[in-house]
Design a protein around this ligand. Structure first.
Ligand SMILES: [Zn+2]
Ligand SMILES: [Zn+2]
Length: 355
């Protein structure tokens, strides 16, 4: 009897020790998972933003252009993301959806949100096909809807309205207000001043505009970022996702000077590479070293405005959307602006995509 009691005492203390170790473990686990990370990936001229929530959920807003395929895939893999809980396609321009097909093929995907608009480009077709082949469905979010997969974070859609019709595809951009604790981020996609004005006219949404971080609309172009809008957002940090020496002249000097006069710190992917911003719910930190893990976005000066991709191994050239073009390894990619240029350099047109 006495022996039995002693054993029992022993078991109890062992159980206590295990429980204690477990509570320590889960405490430290919770402590490391408490931040929200917003990564504005260097994709050259285009947008791709990976948000990791405190609960470890992944939200991918846009995929960048096809020229940045390996850069985006490498980045997502380097972050150990296996599942994208939410994908947001802000609008169907190639510099935002160029890699969505490959991403959907390569990762487990939860929900896919896209605006209520279509376009007849190859990039958009490939995206739709990938969604269908994976058995997924597109969801058009409602304005005012919270699409966050993490209850600690809000991701409110400020635009567009489901029934809105616009001339400019950019104005269909899903505008997201991300809030975590006392900190907030405003992601504008390529929305123009037209949308900024609309949001300012909605008193409920106007009150939500003030943000610590602004992902500046439309790569910093002069058709976005009115003074009235920026003065209401009052960002501490203004992030511009843009390619070096792009043919559009983004970002516009006017937008830059407006942001400077607001006292915002300007962060640019063409100068700093991938930008990672972290929030613990109270304060925002910018990881300026994240450019050290800068993915190998193609040197955009040589790739902007190109129409064809050649393979220096096979001496064939393709449209960028061709499945063969996508298989060319980074070291063997050659970019051409015209067919004549490719042919004059000894390249022959691909028989599949027939450029
Ligand atoms: Zn764009
Ligand atoms: Zn666009």
């Amino acid at each position: 009897m006495f022996v039995l009691l002693r054993i029992r005492k022993h078991i109890v203390s062992v159980l206590f020790a295990i429980a204690f170790a477990f509570s320590l473990f889960s405490f430290s686990f919770a402590a490391t998972q408490k931040t929200l990370n917003v990564n504005v990936i260097d994709v050259g001229q285009g947008d791709s933003i990976l948000i990791r929530t405190p609960a470890g959920k992944n939200v991918l807003v846009d995929s960048g252009p096809n020229t940045a395929e390996s850069a985006v895939l490498d980045f997502l893999k380097s972050k150990g993301s296996k599942k994208l809980d939410v994908i947001v396609v802000t609008h169907p321009h190639e510099d935002h959806i160029g890699n969505m097909d490959v991403i959907i093929q390569n990762f487990a995907v939860g929900k896919v949100y896209a605006p209520n608009v279509t376009t007849n480009t190859k990039a958009f077709e490939s995206f739709l096909l990938a969604v269908k082949n994976k058995g997924l469905k597109l969801t058009v979010p409602d304005v005012g809807q919270n699409i966050s997969p993490d209850s600690k974070v809000k991701m409110i859609v400020l635009s567009p309205n489901k029934k809105d019709k616009y001339e400019d595809l950019n104005d269909y951009s899903i505008v997201l207000k991300v809030e975590y604790g006392k900190t907030s981020f405003l992601l504008m996609g390529d929305a123009t001043s037209n949308i900024e004005e609309k949001i300012l006219h909605n008193s409920k949404f106007k009150a939500m505009l003030k943000s610590d971080v602004l992902k500046v609309g439309h790569h910093g172009s002069k058709y976005s970022s009115t003074s009235a809008f920026l003065n209401t957002v009052k960002p501490k940090y203004a992030v511009i996702s843009v390619g070096k020496d792009n043919p559009y002249g983004h970002p516009s000097p006017l937008t830059l000077s407006k942001l400077k006069s607001l006292g915002a710190e300007i962060l640019r992917t063409d100068e700093q590479g991938t930008i990672t911003i972290t929030s613990d719910g109270q304060t925002i930190k910018v990881d300026k070293k994240s450019s050290a893990i800068k993915p190998q976005a193609p040197p955009s000066s040589s790739t902007t405005g190109y129409k064809y991709i050649g393979n220096s191994n096979t001496k064939k050239f393709h449209y960028p959307w061709c499945t063969w073009a996508k298989k060319i390894t980074t070291g063997h990619r050659v970019y051409f602006k015209t067919k004549e240029e490719a042919i004059s350099k000894g390249y022959i047109p691909c028989k599949v995509c027939k450029p």
